[in-house]
Ligand binder design. Structure first.
Ligand code: CUA
Length: 317
């Protein structure tokens, strides 16, 4: 009897011993795989070198105006700000065969920063600056995607890293503010702003998305015809909007961040763009004149929250 117990106990010990050894082997294999991947494909840890309040980081010159710059020491630096649901700048142009230092931050929630075809894959945490360096050898357009779920339009958070031949690389000069009362000019500007800031949620055809982002096609005209609609549209772009709202019998409850960081010209242009796009042009009221940057100036500095803008929404039949 005692012998049988003893035998059973030995069997259990062998069984346990096997699984302990097996898990140790797995551990060694996994660690070896990590070293192998780093050795064969290269790896770097993006360092979060500064932690500060988001506003302080966004006020730093490189993030107040995210762009690709050549430093005095000849280093090429690309500063990038991620916010739901876009990256700034919209196209990041960098040279081949040159080490590019990406300095990145998030203005709202955690976003991802993954450049396809490279090993760049960084988490962008609000309140931190991440830095990673990379040298591109092949010219071309590399998709930049957000790979951290950040909200309803996360899957549309896509940007382009354009790698150009080092010989042709030239840092774009500072953009001159254009005259907005020139129709052709606000059209081009409005289309660009819409493409940078609005398209991820409201879509290129203005059809909106799901029950978070209402359609702008058709709806913008209804708002413009409503009392105070013109001012309301400017307020929505400046201060954002927090639902719920009804559009054509469907309830939308999303949260749009304000775009007050854009220039008065940009905000006027994008309101004008939505007023004219998607066939609206033909149905605009006869006395409609394009929104001017001065009208935007008049709506600024009221410190409204997105929920406050909801209260200002014109009553629609
Ligand atoms: Cu940003 Cu997903």
């Amino acid at each position: 009897m005692a012998d049988a117990d003893h035998e059973a106990h030995k069997a259990i010990v062998r069984f346990e011993g096997f699984w302990i050894a097996f898990s140790l082997v797995l551990l060694v294999v996994f660690v070896a795989l990590v070293f192998h991947a780093v050795a064969m494909h290269g790896g770097q840890i993006g360092k979060a070198e500064s932690r500060k309040p988001i506003d302080e980081i966004l006020a730093m010159p490189e993030f107040a105006n995210p762009d690709v710059r050549i430093r005095d020491n000849g280093r090429v630096e690309a500063s990038v700000v991620a916010r739901a649901f876009s990256f700034q700048p919209n196209v990041i142009e960098v040279p081949t065969d040159t080490e590019v230092t990406f300095r990145m931050t998030s203005a709202d929630v955690i976003h991802g920063f993954q450049i396809k075809g490279t090993n760049i894959n960084v988490e962008l945490i609000p309140g931190e600056v991440a830095e990673v360096a990379y040298t591109f050898s092949e010219p071309g357009d590399y998709p930049l995607i957000c790979n951290q779920y950040c909200g309803a339009a996360h899957h549309n958070m896509i940007d382009t890293v354009r790698v150009v031949d080092a010989a042709e690389f030239d840092v774009a000069p500072e953009e001159e503010p254009a005259e907005v009362d020139d129709v052709a000019t606000w059209e081009a500007r409005g289309e660009r702003v819409y493409g940078n800031e609005c398209v991820a949620c409201h879509q290129a055809d203005g059809s909106g998305m799901g029950t978070a982002f209402p359609p702008l096609a058709g709806h913008t005209l209804d708002l413009l015809r409503g009392e105070g609609g013109r001012e309301y549209l400017i307020d929505v772009v400046l201060y954002g909007l927090a639902g719920p709202i009804q559009v054509d019998g469907t309830e939308y409850s999303g949260h749009m961040p304000g775009l007050a960081r854009l220039s008065d010209e940009d905000i006027a242009a994008v309101v004008n763009y939505t007023a004219h796009a998607w066939g609206h042009e033909d149905d605009l009221p006869d006395d409609f004149v394009p929104v001017s940057p001065e009208e935007v100036v008049e709506r600024r500095d009221r410190d409204l929250a997105p929920a406050d803008v909801l209260e200002l929404r014109p009553a629609l039949d």
